[in-house]
Design a protein around this ligand. Structure first.
Ligand code: FES
Length: 579
């Protein structure tokens, strides 16, 4: 990487450095910049508005506020677009494109002449993608999230995407809500700009960014529509300029200790299962790994402190008013690594030594009187998930924690859609629904793990069953769901050979997921298993060939710390970019 700053940073190589700088300045002048402006240090602003991304509706005004902060601090703000991803607008699943956005972000940060970068994102996959890109590019970077939506109202009830979307749709399927009412609810669930209003993946990743130290302290939970969100954007721009003179790089912030802190807070806020995959991917960019054993130790030591949907009662706006991440960190203080650093240059200890103004105990419980004495998520192991699976015990039905039942198997997503509501489906409430081939290689790992309760059971009042898959689920989902099974079915994991009628045991107490089939029979079935035909073209082919499994974050194998080292050692492109 070049030591030059501003417009001389990372010059194109024409064999004459001064000519390259001259040419670049000439072209920049065509955008109306003065010589004085072009002599300043540059803060890039990764901007992600899109007509296909409602969660990023406020990005343009956030970018304006960041620019204001950069200019006030003496820098030159230059905005650049990257891929933008929004959950409901992407097929087959937004997860498939997280790595595309991460590559886009990394390469544009690396290739363009910026001395620091502010990353503006929010929707589920965008923040992990930006963190992954920033970790690999490793120039001073600040994550700025768009913030969560505020709630809407329906017949005296508060509504927020997307836990209430699922709740109302479940009631509609069960015949409890009629068509005119579900049409009304449709217009009241996503009432403002911003990301989903509950402790879903976007909120969880915003919180993780703050705990990793790469977002400003106190910034994660500011609602999208509040003026403070714009103030935070301005402060992020100002701080980015300061980081140019006194750099703090992502690799100094994202460390084994800060990743463990993030995992602990993930447990305490009862955050999204998806965050485990995303945190593994971000950490993997810097050679940091999270073992299932360590995850379980952290989960068993860390109480749930936050009373928000999908598990509890409140919404993100309540969490912010209740004290936000700072309040949670103070409750967890004795369990945290306090010598981790944040983007302001202080340690976590220094932050937590400052007293908090007020905490609303309706939404943020004390360590002594928690919502639950143990963390929200655990890792499962067993012969059905040799490399692990994830289970959100905080969102599950306790009476199903120790369950043994008959498998009702769906071979893939199409099979699920075709048969789940078939009146002739042979299924009872104490069966275990199994979905295969919905993992990263099989289907890009969609949020299909929250299988619908078969309509004939839903109409009989069944609200939850044990659901098992190699898929993910939305952070806004709830239910007794074991997911992220690894190895997935599409690469020949044992899930691939489960048949309807086999018996399966789930034990939350023992953290086990077992296929109760004789080992000889399992091996016989596995020996005749054959993989599906690979896609041959474009991004899908790249994804299929190089994506790793859920415990490694579903990153591309050549983008992890290890993969990057190998590829860059042999790359002519990574040599000093000027002559
Ligand atoms: Fe963007 Fe939920 S759809 S955060």
């Amino acid at each position: 990487m070049s030591d030059e700053k501003g417009m001389r940073n990372g010059l194109t190589n024409y064999g004459d450095r001064d000519f390259s700088a001259f040419l670049r300045r000439s072209f920049a002048r065509s955008m109306g910049y003065s010589t004085e402006s072009l002599a300043k240090p540059i803060v890039g602003i990764a901007s992600t508005p899109s007509g296909f991304n409602n969660c990023h509706r406020t990005v343009p005004e956030l970018v304006d506020a960041v620019s204001r902060g950069v200019l006030a601090a003496g820098g030159l703000p230059l905005t650049f677009p990257t891929t933008s991803l929004c959950e409901p607008f992407l097929k087959p699943t937004s997860m498939m494109f997280r790595n595309l956005m991460a590559m886009d972000t990394e390469e544009m940060v690396r290739a363009q002449p910026m001395d620091a970068v502010v990353l503006v994102g929010g929707c589920d996959k965008t923040v992990p993608a930006q963190l992954m890109g920033a970790a690999s590019a490793d120039i001073p970077a600040i994550q700025l999230v768009t913030g969560a939506m505020s709630t809407g109202r329906h017949r005296g009830e508060r509504l927020g995407a997307c836990t209430d979307c699922r709740r109302y749709w479940g009631r509609y399927r069960a015949g409890e809500v009629d068509k005119p009412e579900i049409d009304l609810v449709e217009g009241r669930l996503a009432a403002t700009a911003g990301t989903c209003a509950v402790m879903g993946t976007a909120s969880t990743m915003a919180i993780i960014s703050e705990v990793l130290g790469i977002a400003l302290p106190g910034s994660a939970s500011i609602p999208a529509v509040m003026a403070d969100r714009l103030v935070c954007a301005e402060m992020s721009g100002k701080r980015a300029v300061e980081l140019i003179a006194d750099p703090i790089r992502p690799s100094e912030l994202i460390t084994q200790k800060s990743v463990e802190n993030a995992l602990r807070v993930l447990m305490a806020v009862s955050g999204s299962t998806n965050a485990v995959v995303h945190l593994a991917a971000v950490a993997g960019r810097l050679g940091i790994s999270i073992s299932p054993e360590r995850l379980n130790v952290i989960s068993d030591e860390t109480p749930v402190l936050v009373n928000l949907k999908p598990v509890g009662e409140g919404y993100m706006e309540d969490f912010h008013a209740a004290g936000g991440v700072g309040a949670v960190l103070r409750e967890l203080k004795d369990l945290l690594h306090l010598d981790t650093k944040d983007i302001l240059g202080g340690t976590l200890k220094e932050r937590l030594d400052e007293p908090l103004e007020w905490v609303d105990r309706k939404y943020i419980y004390s360590f002594e009187s928690p919502v639950s004495p143990v963390g929200g998520l655990i890792a499962l192991s067993g012969n059905l998930a040799p490399d692990g699976a994830i289970f959100k015990r905080a969102a599950a039905t306790p009476s199903l924690f120790e369950a043994e039942g008959r498998a009702v198997v769906f071979e893939n997503l199409e099979d699920l859609a075709n048969r789940i509501d078939d009146p002739d489906l042979d299924v009872e409430a104490d069966d275990i629904l199994v979905l295969k081939n919905a993992g990263p290689v099989g289907a890009g790992m969609p949020e299909a793990g929250y299988l619908p309760i078969p309509q004939k059971l839903a109409k009989r009042g069944v609200k939850d069953m044990v659901l098992i898959s190699d898929a993910r689920m939305s952070g806004t989902s709830f239910g007794t769901i074991a997911l992220h099974i690894s190895p997935e079915a599409a690469v020949g994991g044992p899930l691939a050979i489960v048949r309807s009628g086999d018996r399966i045991r789930l034990s939350v107490r023992d953290k086990r997921l077992e296929l109760l089939v004789d080992q000889g029979e399992i091996e016989k079935r596995l020996s005749s298993w054959k993989p599906a035909v690979e896609p041959q073209r474009g991004y899908q082919a790249l994804f299929h060939r190089t994506v790793n499994q859920a415990p490694e974050g579903c990153d591309f194998d050549f983008l992890t710390c290890e993969g990057e080292t190998q590829s860059r050692q042999s790359s002519a492109f990574d040599r000093e970019d000027v002559e």
